[in-house]
Structure formats: structure tokens, C-alpha cells
Design a protein around this ligand. Sequence first.
Ligand code: NAP
Length: 310
Amino acid sequence: MTNICILGGGGFVGQNLASQLARSGHHITVPTRQRQRIKDLLVLPGIEIVETNIHDPASLERLLAGQDAAVNLVGILNGSRQAFERAHCELPDKLMAACRASGVGRLLHMSALGADTGSKSIYQQTKGEGERRVLAAKGLDVTVFRPSVIFGPGDSFLNLFADLLQLAPIVPLANGRARFQPVHVTDVARAFALAVDDSATFGQAYNLCGPQAYSLQELVRIVAATLGLKRTVIALNPSLSYLFARLMELKPGKKLMTRDNHYAMQVDNVCPDGFPARFGQPASLAANLGYLVDAGNKARYDQFREAAGR
Ligand SMILES: NC(=O)c1ccc[n+]([C@@H]2O[C@H](COP(=O)([O-])OP(=O)(O)OC[C@H]3O[C@@H](n4cnc5c(N)ncnc54)[C@H](OP(=O)(O)O)[C@@H]3O)[C@@H](O)[C@H]2O)c1
């Protein structure tokens, strides 16, 4: 597999995967809606960025011409039912059609741990339906991955709590008892990279988790300790968690939390079987949080620069 097209390759997982694959000699194509937003990838050799609309079947077919494999990492956490269905169900359908039309026989698809057509969360329902369609695909060699929450430099999960912890000494936490088994972004990317050429993974779906499960409250306390902050983290009960999600949903701008996220957190996001051995050993959370400190230092430096008018 020399030429690989990564839909969603400009995102958090995508940038990591694109650079891992490019370093091992693959030629990577990354479509994006906005080329400027993924400046870091522009400078890497072996990666071509294409500004295009991947929801347009003709553009998708053009994109896949000459590719050996396609990877679909596109996903959204918030939005209307229609937006979820478009991203998680309709796009995989279009991608599979474009793969067939362009003679691309290999497809790797990103789902999510907890993906389930019967879930109360539309995110998990549509992720479940998307992976069901991909696994039922005829004439394509498909592999599906279902990670728990992913951490690492640039994540939007632990970094969000790192920012919130700066605001006050007491932190009320919705769904603090929800359990996660965070997996490092390089481990997720490595699983994709190793699977590309591995025929034993065809037709399979793999859960991806780190070595240890934590409650959300434990995770936030670990983030506070990493940043050297003394904070009291209080887990809200289920009714208050719902109310908190509802209030956050009404807030204009970027959503910190929605009721759909709240519903998704009602089921533990852990995998008892851990990380599949065929993709190596997963990194521990505790030993790999230095990036949170670096991100905080950079944010402070940017503030000083802004205040100084530079
Ligand atoms: N991060 C996690 O903790 C986690 C956990 C489980 C599963 N996942 C799944 O893993 C995948 C990658 O996650 P991530 O954290 O890397 O996400 P991300 O940083 O938000 O990146 C998502 C990518 O998808 C593209 N995208 C999003 N909405 C789109 C739309 N409506 N039309 C076209 N492109 C769109 C974006 O492309 P542009 O370059 O055009 O903006 C972006 O590059 C997703 O499917 C997510 O559901 C993530």
C-alpha cells in the first residue's frame, strides 16, 4: 500500500497517522475543508494536502484515483441528528462507493468505543450505524477501530480540563463517575498503520484502550496534579449532570458539553480486553502527560506576547 488517502487526516488523530505513515515511506493525501488550518502537515515531505469537499461524490472519486487504500477518520462530537448522520453514515457510504468506482480495495474506518445503534446518544447511534455499514461492505477489505477517549499532544479532552482547572479552586464535574480507558494517540495511529497491510485484520473491528481505566473525576484530579494545581473536584449527581449539560448546550459558541455527550457517558467507555496485542503495547497515561504542562506554558507565553503587542 503506497498511496493512502486519509479523510479527516488534518485532525488530532489524522495528523499523527499521516506523519507516521509518511515517515515509513507512504505517499499520503489529506483532503481538508481549510488548508490553512493544518499548516503543520504542509511542511512534512510525503504528504499532499488537497482542499476539497469530500461530501461531493465526484470530488471524492477524483481524490481516490490512484490510491491503494483509504482511511476514514471523519467524526463530529456535537451537532444535529442530520449532521451526525451526514458525517458518520452517509460519508462512509459515499466513500465506499468512491472506493469501488476508483478500484481502491482497502478501507480502514474509525468508529468509537460504545458505538451502538441502540444507544440514547445520537453520536453513538450514528457511529454504530456507520461501522455496521462498513463491516457489511461487499468487495472491500475493511477494518474498523473503536477507541476509548484518545489523549496526547493536541487532544481536546484532557487539554479542555487543563484549561477549566485554571479557572477556579472548586470544579463541579458532570458525569464524574463515568469511566474511560484513555489510549494514547500514537498507539491509535500505530494500530491503523500496522493494519493497512495486514490481511488478518480484514473484516475485523478492534476496540482500542490504554492500560488502565479511570473515572472522569480521577482523570481530572490527575490533570490537576500534573499541572501542580490544588483543586477540589466534585462529581455532580446524575440530575445535576443533565442540567449542567443542558445549560452548556444553551451557551453560544463552542460546546463544552451537550445532552448527547451526557447520554454517551451513561455507559462505561472501557475495554476489559485492553489493547490488541497485534498492534503492540499501549502507553500509560500517568507517564505521558507532560504535554499538558507544555501546552499551559505555551498559552501563558502567547498571552504575554499579546499583552506586549508582539
Ligand atoms: N479524539 C477522541 O478522543 C476520539 C475517541 C473515539 C473516537 N474518535 C473518532 O476518531 C476520529 C478522529 O478524531 P479526532 O479527535 O482526530 O477528530 P478531529 O481532530 O476533530 O478531526 C476530525 C477531522 O474530520 C474532519 N471533519 C469533521 N467534520 C467534518 C465534516 N462535516 N465534513 C468534512 N470533514 C469533517 C475534519 O477535517 P477538516 O480538515 O476539513 O477540518 C478533521 O480533520 C473521529 O471519527 C472521532 O469520532 C475520537
